[in-house]
Design a protein around this ligand. Structure first.
Ligand code: AMP
Ligand code: MN
Ligand code: MN
Ligand code: MN
Length: 286
């Protein structure tokens, strides 16, 4: 069992718990090293660090950056970043600034199918309005009785070809990697098992091209153990880590009680041969 959890969300993005409550829950579940990785925003890190100190837990400064690459939206995690690094802070600000207009278009798309009040409804679930996103719309659609839970929303709405979907241009991959690495952090490709273009999963050839490009840009890690992956995928992505000489990362991608595939912590060990990503920032014994 790993006592590291390097991917989770607070109310600063689309999680359900405040940074303080998230850290307390992680500590209670045996996590010793936690990275808070809110989408496109680092404003929860100071509060999380304060809470972590009270629990004797190590808090790693993190972020999950939304990236457009070919026809895919990718998520690139930055670990051990410096949140005050100006290009990173400015870059994240630029990404966030597109979310408001996108939300407006999402609400217009939903209105066309007879779902009214979605914009106001979604903002009611967004503790941090700057990061308004699909999860907040999903929670509104559940509350309004259109779907039984958030997972079923993403089958019928908000994805390509369904009401509420709006194509969006996020950060470019070279920029996201540069912001992270420039701040002293490690760039990690999040949940590689989750990427789709339309309904089609990313194939092996495309993933190899992505990893080649990511690695050439300075990306150093890949999420192997993720709350979004099956056990078979742990082995599959461990093989890619080895092939591309990348560190392996692990994270629950916890968003909130009852809403995520996995709760915080209790993550299974890496497959053999993986180099844990924390070797990138922890002193390696001589
Ligand atoms: P956005 O950044 O606004 O496009 O929202 C992306 C977020 O939507 C992800 O980080 C997840 O929290 C959530 N999400 C996307 N797809 C799904 C899904 N199939 N099931 C549950 N949540 C999802
Ligand atoms: Mn999310
Ligand atoms: Mn993600
Ligand atoms: Mn995430």
């Amino acid at each position: 069992m790993l006592d590291y959890d390097l991917h989770c969300h607070s109310t600063v993005s689309d999680g359900l718990l405040s940074p303080t409550d998230l850290v307390a829950r992680a500590a209670g579940r045996g996590v010793k090293v936690l990275a808070l990785t809110d989408h496109d925003d680092v404003s929860g890190l100071a509060e999380a660090a304060e809470a972590a100190a009270l629990h004797g837990m190590q808090l790693i400064n993190g972020v999950e950056i939304s990236v457009s690459w070919r026809s895919y939206t990718l998520h690139i995690i930055g670990l051990h970043i410096d949140p005050t690094h100006v290009p990173l802070a400015e870059g994240l600000r630029t990404i966030r600034s597109g979310r408001g207009a996108r939300a407006q278009l999402m609400a217009e798309s939903l209105a066309k199918t007879g779902i009214g009040g979605a914009l106001e409804g979604a903002y009611r679930f967004a503790n941090n309005p700057g990061i308004i996103g699909r999860t907040h719309f999903a929670r509104f659609l559940v509350e309004a009785g259109y779907c039984k839970d958030v997972k079923s929303v993403f089958k019928n709405y908000l994805v390509k070809g369904k009401p509420g979907y709006v194509a969006h241009e996020w950060a470019a991959l070279p920029d996201a990697v540069r912001w992270i690495c420039g701040s002293g952090g490690v760039a990690v490709l999040a949940h590689p098992g989750r990427y789709t273009a339309g309904r089609k999963a990313m194939g092996q050839k495309t993933l190899r091209e992505l990893l080649r490009e990511f690695s050439d840009l300075g990306g150093q890690g890949i999420e192997v153990v993720s709350g979004c992956h099956t056990v078979e995928q742990y082995a599959e992505f461990a093989r890619y880590a080895k092939e591309f000489d990348l560190f392996a990362s692990c994270g629950s991608d916890f968003h909130g009680p009852g809403e995520s595939y996995r709760d915080l912590g209790h993550l299974p060990d890496f497959p053999l041969d993986c180099r844990p990503v924390w070797q990138a920032w922890e002193a390696v014994p001589a």
